[in-house]
Write a protein that binds this ligand. Structure first.
Ligand code: CA
Length: 450
């Protein structure tokens, strides 16, 4: 009959442990020599112990000798749990192997990566022929390479763009500078031209003007006094050009009376021409310059504008009394200013009827005609009332364009009137009005030397 395996195993283990314990004990107590001599003295009881301890060779007393332990073959039965341990050990081993593999592959990877980097840095852009063998790695490297190429391209294009921008900026600066310079130059030129023109005009005006005026006297007489300079001494009709821009017209020149050179602007002596006229007629003039006439407000304006004029008024009544009124200044403004009268500097024998009083003053009055009321009379038209065109105040102390009466008359004083006539004081309110046979208004330059 055999013992169960477990029991046998246990017995063996016990025996083995016992043997080992014996050996250890012997060695530690130094009694191995004894054991050598007598072998294992307890051998009788332990003759079954298969463990043998003896020197490996013959050895002297004092020598240190190597010992040899002989153990019988040992079979140990492990419990089931040990199988689990074994399994775990195996798994651990396999795990270690995988880890090692991974490590090695990682190393390879690193080496390859280093190689690629070295190649890229050394070879620069361009496909790597050796990488064709290496599948994915080559693909990766080519894609990286493409990326790098793209990056390089982009950086180069960026550099170009920057260069272009810089050059453009430079150009813009140059252009703006050029423009500014051009503008400055243009302005300078224009200023120079202007100064040139101004200086030339200045020199012309300061030197040449008197030279120009003297031949004009000869070529185009501005009024009758210019004919007197040419030693034309006969009364008559002459052409005058007071303002070249406004044409030439006929005037009657009195070249004999009071030094001559007189341009007649109004004349009445027989009543053949009516002076009850419109604004337009007074503007353009009416009658004939050889006969009775009004020269015209526009022409009077031009004549009195061309030169400083004096006015001489000649009056004669039917009794043969002749008087005159002379004004050192006489000017009639243009139509726009309603032919306003400027008259001053009286001298003479007829009295200053144009400046009769504060309430009757014809100086600085506008021209009024029956169809145009510019007078100072608020509730009516003096021109219409007196049938005349004149520089009415409100209304008058003189009216040389009144009706021509051949003899004394009664009623409205609408005849030719001069309020300072010497014999007028004899006139009674209910009696006849003063009448005039001849009236003459004529002008001559203030600076006239007969
Ligand atoms: Ca009025």
């Amino acid at each position: 009959l055999q013992k169960p395996i477990s029991a046998v195993v246990l017995d063996n283990m016990r025996l083995a442990l016992l043997c080992v314990f014996k050996v250890v004990l012997l060695v530690s107590t130094g009694r191995i020599g004894d054991a050598e001599e007598g072998g294992l003295k307890e051998g009788k009881g332990s003759a079954a112990c298969p463990v043998k301890l003896r020197p490996s060779a013959h050895c002297e007393e004092e020598e240190d000798c190597p010992y040899q332990v002989t153990l019988p073959p040992l079979t140990i039965q492990m419990p089931k749990k040990f199988k689990m341990l074994e399994k775990t050990m195996k798994e651990l081993h396999s795990l270690r192997q995988t880890v090692n593999k991974l490590k090695s592959s990682c190393l390879e990877c690193k080496q390859q990566a280093d190689q690629i980097l070295q190649k890229d840095s050394s070879e620069g852009p361009g496909p790597d022929p050796t990488s064709n063998e290496q599948g994915n790695k080559s693909q990766q490297s080519t894609s990286i390479h493409d990326m790098q190429i793209k990056l390089n391209k982009m950086s180069s294009s960026l550099k170009n763009a920057r260069k272009e921008i810089n050059s453009l900026q430079g150009r813009i600066e140059e252009l703006s500078l050029l423009n500014m310079k051009n503008v400055e130059a243009m302005v300078d030129k224009k200023v120079k031209n202007l100064t040139g023109v101004v200086s030339s005009l200045d020199s012309k005006c300061s030197s040449a003007c008197p030279v120009i005026t003297s031949p004009q006297f000869i070529i185009a007489p501005r009024d009758c006094s210019d004919y007197n300079v040419l030693e034309e001494k006969k009364n008559g009709v002459y052409k005058v050009t007071p303002d070249p821009k406004n044409g030439t017209f006929d005037v009657y020149c009195d070249m004999e009376s009071f030094g001559g050179g007189w341009t007649v602007i109004q004349h009445r002596f027989n009543g053949s021409v009516s002076f009850n006229r419109t604004w337009a007629e007074y503007k353009n003039g009416f009658g004939a310059v050889q006969g009775e006439f009004w020269l015209g407000n526009d022409k009077i304006h031009l004549l009195t504008k061309a030169k400083d004029m004096i006015l001489r008024i000649e009056l004669e009544d039917f009794e043969g009394v002749r008087e005159y009124a002379k004004y050192e200044q006489f000017y009639v403004s243009n139509e726009y200013l309603r032919y306003r009268l400027s008259v001053s500097g009286y001298s003479g024998t007829a009295g200053d009827a144009l400046h009769f009083s504060k309430n009757y003053n014809h100086d600085q009055k506008f021209f009024t005609t029956p169809d145009k009321d510019n007078d100072m009379y608020p509730s009516g038209n003096c021109g219409a009332y007196y049938g005349s065109g004149w520089w009415f105040d409100a209304c008058m102390s003189a009216n040389l364009n009144g009706k021509y009466y051949h003899k004394k008359y009664k009623g409205i004083r609408n005849g030719i009137f001069w309020g300072t006539w010497p014999t007028l004081s004899d006139e009674h309110p209910s009696s006849y009005r003063q009448v005039f046979k001849t009236v003459k208004m004529m002008i001559r330059p203030k600076k006239y030397a007969p």
